[in-house]
Structure formats: structure tokens, C-alpha cells
Design a protein around this ligand. Structure first.
Ligand code: GDP
Length: 400
């Protein structure tokens, strides 16, 4: 079994101030480098620790002075091989694991401590790379690398759960079965799951909240996010620019955008805000267009709505106000009170329906990158045209 020729490390934790930083080291020279720069606090027979073990100690400089207090973990025998998505015995990672050549240094998280430890590891012969390159050096399968990358960005617990299922082999298992026995219906089901779920994980759709100043856009965004993210005020035009907020609608990851009012531009700042709002509208998957129920839609609203076409969901807001009562009876649109929350669950249902969101069952295979979906679609086309070997090839490329 042979590992990569290159020995490298990457800082896995984000830059900034924090309690702990994790630096992962991979490659044949790792152990020799750690023998040089790590001293355990309690001397034992093994230095560095055995696979699967931790050792408390210090990273030291060439004069044996402590640079930082660390916990060193030998991940060489980590659980990779137990996972269905794990590399087969004999692959690079299995080789590394057997040789015990994956270590993690847990040092203090302050930027100076991290830099000092990194410089010491570099001086001991390891090259600094980014986390993506390190995953390649480890020989991790493509789906596992993609899932780890997506997990870094996942912001709803459901999205994280779905990605962990894929990390644990749900998608790899489905593709492996398909490669052995290509079946159009199974491919269609996977492509459907891309459309109803996976694409939300790859690139959460933008839901733009639009409407005239004072129609209640900021109040609705705050209600949907569940926090005071946008500043609301009774003075029209308070939201000068746009506010973006990541939110979970019944677990579905979406980005909510509260635009500046599309009304008359008073000054230069408002004019720029309105221009940005128009740009945001252009990239929106759905536009929630709020109309103050006490005022009703005016010709300006009608013009914006015509330009938005099918993507616009007209929503009457402020149905709690007394003035709204007559308007409310006259309309068939969704009607809410962003202030009290009345009608908001029905709006959320309508939005998810509009976006075709469907949460998968636990453990279900979900393609979660645009590239996976395109490769699957290409395999599906080959199969439909009777080119089974080409279909198999495409599927195999996803497992690389
Ligand atoms: P925006 O300019 O469209 O972002 O509007 P805001 O969210 O800042 O709301 C403007 C004013 O309308 C504020 O005083 C809100 O409290 C009020 N408002 C928003 N939604 C409702 C609602 O559903 N009912 C009532 N009665 N007032 C609301």
C-alpha cells in the first residue's frame, strides 16, 4: 500500500479568534515531522501516539521551548473504513490509515498560536495546503469530498442531516447499484431528488420580498427568519439597501432578501437601493410581492407584477388592521399579518410548493451538487439511447 508522495497539512478551522484550532497533517513524512516538533507531557512508549489515540503535550521549537500546548490525535485508524462510502482496502486512504499517517494537531485557536504551529510544521518538512487539497491528498472519494465541502456551508439542521447521509454512503451506494444494474426509473428518482432537495443544498434559492415602501417587507423577513435581522420602521423607505438572511423554511435552506421599496426614488441612496432591488428581483427564484391590504394594489404595483410574471406570489399584508377588512374580502390572494403571524404558515407552504421542495426520508440518496446532477442526467441520456457502457462510465466517474 502506498500513500501520496506529498506530506502536507491544512488548518481545518476558520480563521479568526477561537478556543481551539484543528490542523490536519497527512502523508509519509508526517510522523517524522511530529517526532521533531511534538513533546508529550507524560512520556510513554509511543511518541507520537498510536493510531486512534490522543496525546497531550506541546509543539516545541528547535531549542525545545514550548510554542503551544496541544492535543495530538493519531487519526490513522479513524472510522473511514467502516463507512459504506469509505475507500476500498488498498486505496490511498486505507494505506495511510494502515500506516497511521493522518494526524490532527488541536492547538489554541488564536491567530498567533495557529500561525506559530503552522510555521513549525512547515519547518519540520510539511507543506501547507488548503482543506480541499488535503482531502485530495488523503484520497477521499469525490462524493465524500463534496459532502464535506457542502457541510461547511450547510445552515439548516435538516440540510446537515441530509449531507451526513450522503457522507455516510447513501448516494455512493445508490450510484454503485446503478452502475452494476443501470435502471432508468432509479436514475429518474435520483434526478427528481436533485430537483426537490439537492439543489437547495448546492445553492439555496433566493426568495425576494418586494413591495412598496411600508408594505411590511422587513417585518415579514424578521418573522420568517425568527430574529430581528432587518430594521423596521413606520417611515417609508427605511430599508435603503437590501438585507439578506439565510433561513430554514420547514428545514429547507433558503436565502431571504428584503429589497428597498420600489417606489419613487427620493435621493441618490434610495435610487441605488431601488436599482439593487431590481437586480435582486432578476435573480430571485420566487418573489413575495407584498401589498398593504389597507391600501390595495395601485398601478405601480400592477406594472411591477406584470414584469415579474410567474415568479411573483402576491400577498396581502396587514390583514389585522381594521382598514384591511373590506380589501380582504375582495381578494383571493394569500393574506397575512406579518405583525401577528396570521397566515404566515400558509405562505411558507405555498412558497415551498412553488419551489418544489420535498424533504427526503432519513438515509435516502440525494445528489447535492450541480455536477452530480449533470453527470447523472448524462448517464440517463446514454441509457435512453441504449449506450449502456457509456452510462456506466458516467456513473463510475461519480464514484472516483
Ligand atoms: P417595509 O418598508 O416594507 O420594510 O415595511 P416595514 O416592515 O418596515 O413595516 C412598516 C410598518 O408597517 C411598521 O410600522 C410595521 O410595524 C407595520 N406593519 C408591518 N406588517 C404589519 C402587519 O401585518 N400589520 C400591521 N398592523 N402593521 C404592520
Amino acid at each position: 500500500m502506498s500513500g501520496p508522495a506529498e506530506s502536507a497539512f491544512a488548518v481545518l478551522t476558520p480563521p479568526g479568534r477561537g478556543g481551539i484550532a484543528v490542523i490536519r497533517c497527512v502523508g509519509p513524512a508526517t510522523e517524522a515531522a511530529l517526532v521533531q516538533c511534538f513533546r508529550p507531557a507524560h512520556t510513554g512508549p509511543e511518541r507520537p501516539p498510536l493510531p486512534g489515540h490522543l496525546a497531550y503535550g506541546h509543539v516545541i521549537d528547535a531549542e525545545e521551548s514550548a510554542i503551544d500546548e496541544v492535543i495530538l490525535y493519531n487519526a490513522g485508524a479513524c472510522g473511514m473504513r467502516e463507512s459504506p462510502a469509505a475507500p476500498a482496502a488498498g486505496s490511498v486512504t486505507a494505506g495511510l490509515a494502515a500506516a497511521g499517517l493522518i494526524f490532527e494537531v488541536n492547538c489554541h485557536g488564536g491567530p498567533a498560536a495557529v500561525r506559530a504551529v503552522c510555521e513549525r510544521l512547515a519547518a519540520a518538512g510539511l507543506r501547507e495546503v488548503d482543506a480541499d487539497r488535503l482531502m485530495e491528498l488523503e484520497g477521499l472519494p469525490r462524493i465524500v469530498r463534496d459532502a464535506r465541502r457542502a457541510l461547511r456551508r450547510a445552515f439548516t439542521p435538516l440540510a446537515a442531516r441530509i449531507l451526513v447521509d450522503q457522507l455516510n454512503g447513501a448516494l455512493a451506494g445508490a450510484i454503485e447499484s446503478l452502475r452494476r444494474a443501470p435502471a432508468a426509473a432509479v436514475m429518474d428518482a435520483l434526478l427528481d431528488r436533485w430537483h426537490t432537495c439537492g439543489r437547495f443544498l448546492a445553492d439555496p434559492p433566493h426568495i425576494v420580498i418586494a413591495g412598496r415602501p411600508n408594505s411590511g417587507k422587513s417585518t415579514l423577513l424578521n418573522r420568517l427568519v425568527g430574529a430581528e435581522r432587518a430594521i423596521t420602521s413606520a417611515v417609508p423607505g427605511t430599508t435603503r439597501d437590501y438585507v439578506e438572511a439565510e433561513a430554514a423554511l420547514e428545514g429547507a435552506p433558503v436565502v431571504l432578501v428584503d429589497t428597498a421599496g420600489l417606489g419613487e426614488a427620493g435621493g441618490e441612496i434610495e435610487r441605488q437601493g431601488i436599482e439593487r432591488a431590481r437586480q435582486e428581483l432578476a435573480r430571485a427564484a420566487v418573489v413575495v410581492y407584498l401589498v398593504d391590504a389597507s391600501e390595495g394594489a395601485n398601478p405601480e404595483d400592477e406594472a411591477v407584477l406584470r414584469s415579474l410574471g410567474d415568479r411573483a406570489q402576491v400577498v396581502l399584508n396587514k390583514i389585522d388592521s381594521r382598514l384591511a377588512a373590506s380589501q380582504r374580502r375582495a381578494r383571493s390572494h394569500l393574506a397575512i399579518s406579518a405583525l401577528t403571524g396570521e397566515g404566515v404558515p400558509a405562505l411558507v407552504d405555498a412558497l415551498l410548493e412553488n419551489l418544489s421542495w420535498r424533504a427526503p426520508a432519513p438515509g435516502e440518496a440525494v445528489p447535492f451538487t450541480a455536477d452530480q446532477a449533470a453527470t447523472l442526467a448524462a448517464a440517463r441520456d446514454h441509457l435512453a439511447a441504449g449506450r449502456i457502457d457509456e452510462a456506466r462510465e458516467r456513473l463510475a466517474s461519480l464514484l472516483g
